[in-house]
Design a protein around this ligand. Structure first.
Ligand SMILES: [Zn+2]
Length: 234
């Protein structure tokens, strides 16, 4: 027979957990996950089940659980299919110079880590793949920029935008409008274009070449031109 105090503590814990779960769902809904309510509810439920388990776990075991969790999350990043769309509507392979990727020297950037896709100002920019918006705002030389996390832990960077149509943590589908071509940041006064680069969490060690400029950084970047050409255009 459980004591009255323990019953009261459990009841309090349940109320607490339920309240925190509702708060998490609310945060996810208001921060852009409202475009995917089932995912929002599932994430909040899993998160709070995990918190319940960890509250009753020894510190040493928590470390192992944490490492396992990191590997699971990392593995999940490779499950979704990756799309390879040209992010500038109407652009063709002639809209950028393929030699410009990893070109050196390239102004204050040193090495050009992406390609510049030229188009009229205001031309729609679309998500090149399905993913989550990690940043949407103003950032240094990029001007108005968007960071998108897609499948395979690829980070897609769209810079010099005139307008941005997405907010933090919103989920976008490939082909969905995220902004328009512009010349913000250090592209001011230059022809409007989209600076597009793709970096990866997993270094591509087979590309190692000590004679390449910024050779170790090169391992963390994909050639966006080849990425687009292996897919399709809108
Ligand atoms: Zn550029």
């Amino acid at each position: 027979m459980p004591s009255r105090r323990r019953v009261a503590a459990n009841a309090g814990g349940t109320r607490y957990s339920s309240k925190r779960k509702q708060q998490t769902q609310q945060i996810l809904f208001t921060s852009g996950f409202s475009t995917c309510p089932p995912f929002c509810t599932l994430f909040a439920t899993l998160y709070h089940q995990l918190c319940k388990v960890l509250r009753h776990t020894k510190p040493m075991r928590k470390k192992y659980y944490f490492i396992i969790l990191v590997f699971i999350i990392y593995g999940l990043g490779f499950i979704p299919a990756e799309q390879h769309l040209n992010p500038v509507v109407g652009a063709t392979v002639n809209s950028w110079n393929p030699q410009s990727f990893w070109y050196y020297p390239w102004g204050k950037s040193g090495t050009h880590k992406g390609i510049d896709i030229f188009a009229e100002a205001g031309t729609p920019v679309v998500a090149s793949t399905n993913g989550i918006i990690l940043y949407s705002g103003s950032y240094g030389r990029g001007g108005q920029v968007i960071y998108l996390l897609g499948a395979n832990w690829h980070f897609h960077y769209f810079a010099h935008l005139q307008q941005r149509h997405v907010s933090l943590l919103s989920y976008v589908h490939a082909g969905e409008s995220i902004g328009t071509v512009g010349n913000t940041g250090n592209a001011k006064g230059k022809p409007p274009h989209l600076h597009y680069s793709i970096s990866t969490l997993l270094p591509r060690i087979w590309l190692w070449n000590p004679r390449t400029h910024a050779s170790w950084q090169r391992l963390f970047y994909l050639d966006p031109g080849k990425f687009i050409e292996s897919g399709g255009s809108l």
